[in-house]
Write a protein that binds this ligand. Structure first.
Ligand code: ZN
Length: 310
């Protein structure tokens, strides 16, 4: 019976997709980063499907995801092969809702490629404040019909991106030259490294679907020992098993490496917290990395808000 009611509900939605606009439009985003931008630019509630601690590379749409998407007036997804399991679904949704792959409007020459598959882009563009700002520009015309004052709100959001971007640049510049190596669980930080002048190595590849090989572990252990790099970083959405192998490998060679902290890579902090916003996520990551690699940054970050409830 439930299935039948659901089906009828879907049909009603399909026949009158714009009826809901008199009320609050249903806006659904795949990632928390996109939801944060859409909330800030519209002032409206936005549902994020791939929440804290979840991995967008491997996430298969659940029945609930599909139901939420089918009821949406506006669907915002990342594209660039990030939520690979959603691609087919998005094509179908475009018949009844406005659907935008927010990152696919970025000029190709600004994109990095996946080292394992050179013909595929690296999707982690939210870690370059300049690129994320461009993504919000691409979103603006699509959001405008859903809320008044999108242009003003978008300008304010971009100003907050600039503020955190400048802070990150300043604190990351204080890391000593030999320690400017960021080792993380998977290759999420190439854009971050390019934006802030850090070398970046992920134990796993761009997608979290692959297992790190023993030779890759040995290679990274040597790099950490040779450069006397003091810390590696876990990610909230990826297993830290391989990082523990690095720490043990370096210890066997007489060099102490510690876990420098947990970074938000493909998912942000809890909804409603400062770390659950793009600005809070960047602030947390830049502050954590700077402090663990021997640089200087205030413990509570750019705004004194890290570790608070929002
Ligand atoms: Zn990733």
């Amino acid at each position: 019976m439930l299935a039948r009611r659901t089906f009828l509900g879907l049909m009603a939605g399909a026949l009158a997709p714009r009826l809901g606009l008199a009320d609050t439009p249903a806006i659904v985003a795949t990632t928390g980063m996109i939801a944060d931008a859409a909330r800030a630019m519209t002032g409206l509630p936005v549902t994020a499907l791939i929440g804290p601690g979840m991995d967008p590379h491997g996430h298969r749409p659940t029945r609930n995801d599909i139901l939420t998407l089918s009821r949406a007036d506006l669907v915002l997804w990342h594209g660039l092969n990030l939520e690979a399991q959603f691609a087919k679904l998005m094509t179908g949704l475009a018949q009844n809702a406005t659907v935008l792959a927010v990152a696919e409007a970025l000029p190709a020459d600004l994109l990095l490629s996946d080292p394992a598959y050179p013909d595929r882009p690296d999707p982690h563009v939210w870690f370059d404040p300049g690129l994320w700002s461009q993504v919000t520009q691409a979103m603006e015309p699509t959001l405008a019909p859903f809320s008044p004052d999108v242009a003003a709100k978008a300008a304010a959001y971009r100003a907050s991106i600039d503020t955190i971007g400048t802070y990150a640049k300043d604190v990351l510049a204080t890391i000593p030259a030999e320690s400017r190596l960021l080792v993380t669980a998977h290759d999420a930080f190439a854009y971050f490294g390019r934006a802030f002048g850090l070398e970046v190595e992920g134990v796993q590849g761009i997608s979290t679907e692959s297992e790190a090989g023993l030779s890759r572990i040995a290679e990274l252990v040597n790099l950490l020992v040779d450069r006397r790099v003091p810390a590696v970083f876990v990610e909230s959405s990826v297993s830290d098993r391989a990082l523990r192998a690095l720490i043990e490998g370096a210890a066997a060679k007489g060099h102490t490496v510690r876990i420098g902290g947990e970074l938000f890579s493909d998912a942000m902090g809890p909804e409603g917290s400062y770390e659950g916003t793009w600005a809070g996520m960047m602030d947390h990551n830049a502050t954590t990395i700077a402090r663990a690699l021997g640089g200087e940054a205030p413990e509570r970050g750019a705004m004194g808000m890290l570790g608070s409830d929002g």
